[in-house]
Design a protein around this ligand. Structure first.
Ligand code: G16
Length: 546
């Protein structure tokens, strides 16, 4: 066994770990300043190779820090079906990442032993990267790690995160999910989109036009590649395409969601349909301004509601008995949860932040729609549900209405990237739904009204002092924090608030909602102060927003 590790050890010294540096696999992989990541990338190449040997399948490694600033970078590991790597292996990732050079062999042997890995097994790893300046050399370090352990690698170069998830799934399903090429991806999604929108023939040119903020990232490049495939039914104007602006700087889905305002670099006229991707194109939010110039955001909760409404109608028309559920996190607007449960009568589940948790929960249902409020999400169809829909679509004895619904459901399944949230796929799905239902953004927005809300960040010396329970809705530590939040929340109407350590940035996130924006802002500020005082805040005390 040791012979296989010798080369890895030798190569590892070319990717030295800064002594004493400790990093953890966070919400979505490792993420920090790019300068600290070379050894992490090499070692994730090693780990992905071990995971591939263990699963006897292709594993994905995506070099990206998604919504983080340009100087950061990170890495996400992708399991065989295109899902996020299983939690047990997140632990191994942290173990391998933090081993000093002299302990690396022991760490590799430990993982290999615990997982009973046959080290002589062939391995295959797909690698992709986003557009950050640091991504080229960091993705090379991943490839070095794979090669050092004798794994085969395929370098996809510049891809969105969800595109790499898709490739991994296609590869491991022997093409049943699609072809593991960029052409295969565009062709599958766009053909389904054109089929869906064929059923909406009376759209005006205005209704076919969409402004997309590409966050100056990979999503903009990939949209340019895809544009010609959908041109007939969707004309896209791309802003923040990376030709001059800085990645995620005052633009992108995270900026628009958190700041609740349009991105820089885009001119919006009242009524224009707009959306923003994030830095690796796995999130999307929509927005518009009304005739008074007032900004309206349609976030992940609104997207989940739209998709759920559409699917429920089709299932009813098709006469199918399928159970739909929506999975959200603590950030979901209270109005959305109430609307889904009380008006739509669908099951709503709440999980911890991180798509891996939502994805897992959504697998329990015939149809699981999962979205984080920040616009990260997709829809999962169980195998049985897919088979039922397919059978119905092929049944020549049913009436036209049922047939049409079944056929639309089939194309809906095809346009969705079920491996993970995908801004491109979500955008095509939303555009198709709006077209089929003949709906404007204003009409979509009017389905329910969001409770005013505010998100803030607090700097503390060690964010791990905050521990949470109940899907992050309650703070278990530090002592007194939850009691303080409870007292503050009681001061306001329809109020709710929580604080949780971010898994992607070195901050504590605070969320508050209340019946007016002033109150939501005041509550968010007061809870931020409580976090600052009880959880070891650093720098200046948080200031009131007004
Ligand atoms: C990642 C995760 C998301 C999560 C977000 C923020 O998104 O994939 O599930 O909501 O981080 O996480 P946190 O609040 O822990 O920092 P992305 O798009 O940045 O990869």
């Amino acid at each position: 066994m040791t012979a296989h590790f010798e080369e890895a050890l030798k190569q590892s010294s070319l990717h030295p770990k800064p002594a004493g540096l400790i990093l953890e696999y966070g919400t979505s992989g490792f993420r920090t300043n790019a300068k600290q990541l070379d050894h992490i990338m090499f070692r994730m190449g090693l780990l992905a190779t071990l995971r591939s040997k263990k699963t006897k399948a292709t594993i994905g490694v995506m070099v990206t820090a998604s919504h983080n600033p340009e100087e950061d970078n990170g890495v996400k590991l992708i399991d065989p079906m295109g899902e996020m790597v299983t939690p047990a292996w997140e632990g191994y990732a942290t173990q391998l990442a933090n081993a000093e050079q002299e302990d690396l062999l022991a760490a590799m042997k430990d993982i290999t032993g615990k997982e009973a890995i046959d080290i002589t097994q062939e391995a295959s790893v797909f690698v992709g990267k986003d557009t950050r300046g640091s991504s080229a050399s960091l993705s090379q370090s991943v490839l070095d790690g794979v090669n050092a352990l004798g794994g085969h690698s395929k370098n996809y170069g510049l891809v969105t995160t969800p595109q790499l998830h898709y490739m991994v799934c296609c590869q491991n399903t022997q093409g049943k999910y699609g072809e593991a090429t960029m052409d295969g991806y565009y062709s599958k999604l766009c053909t389904a989109f054109l089929h869906l929108t064929k059923h909406a023939s009376n759209r005006t040119d205005d209704q076919k036009h969409l402004c997309v903020d590409g966050a100056n990232g990979i999503g903009a490049l990939k949209l340019q590649e895809m544009e010609s495939h959908v041109k007939k039914n969707l004309q896209i104007s791309i802003f923040n395409d990376g030709s001059k602006g800085k990645l995620n700087f005052q633009c992108g889905a995270d900026f628009v969601k958190v700041q609740q305002k349009p991105p820089a670099g885009i001119e919006i006229n009242p009524g224009d349909r707009c959306c923003s991707f994030d830095g690796d194109a796995d999130r999307i939010v929509y927005y518009y301004t009304d005739s008074q110039g007032c900004f309206h955001l349609l976030d992940g909760d609104k997207i989940a509601t739209l998709i759920c409404t559409y699917l429920k109608e089709l299932i009813n028309q098709a006469g199918l008995d399928l159970k739909i559920a929506v999975v959200q996190t603590a950030y979901a607007n209270g109005s959305s949860t109430r609307y889904l449960e009380d008006t739509m009568k669908v099951i709503v589940k709440c999980t911890k932040t991180g798509v891996k948790h939502l994805h897992h929960a959504a697998l329990e249902f015939d149809i699981g729609v999962y979205f984080e409020a920040n616009g990260h999400g997709t829809v999962l169809f169980s195998k049985a549900a897919e088979e039922m829909i397919q059978k119905l679509a092929e049944d020549s004895s049913i009436n036209d209405e049922r047939k049409k619904a079944a056929v639309l459901l089939q194309s809906t399944i095809t346009v969705i990237n079920q491996t993970v949230g995908d801004a491109i796929s979500d955008m095509l799905l939303i555009e198709a739904i709006l077209a089929i239902k003949g709906m404007t953004l204003q009409q979509w927005d009017a389905i329910y009204s969001d409770l005013p809300n505010r998100q803030l960040k607090v700097k503390v010396s060690d964010r791990r002092v905050i521990d949470t329970a109940d899907a992050e809705r309650r703070a278990v530590s530090p002592a007194g924090l939850q009691e303080a939040i409870d007292t503050l929340v009681k001061k306001y109407r329809q109020a709710r608030s929580f604080a949780r350590p971010s898994g992607t940035e070195d901050v504590v996130r605070v969320y508050a909602e209340a019946d007016t924006q002033e109150d939501a802002d005041a509550l968010a500020h007061e809870v931020s102060l409580a976090v600052y005082r009880l959880a070891g805040g650093v720098g200046d005390e948080p200031k009131p927003l007004h």
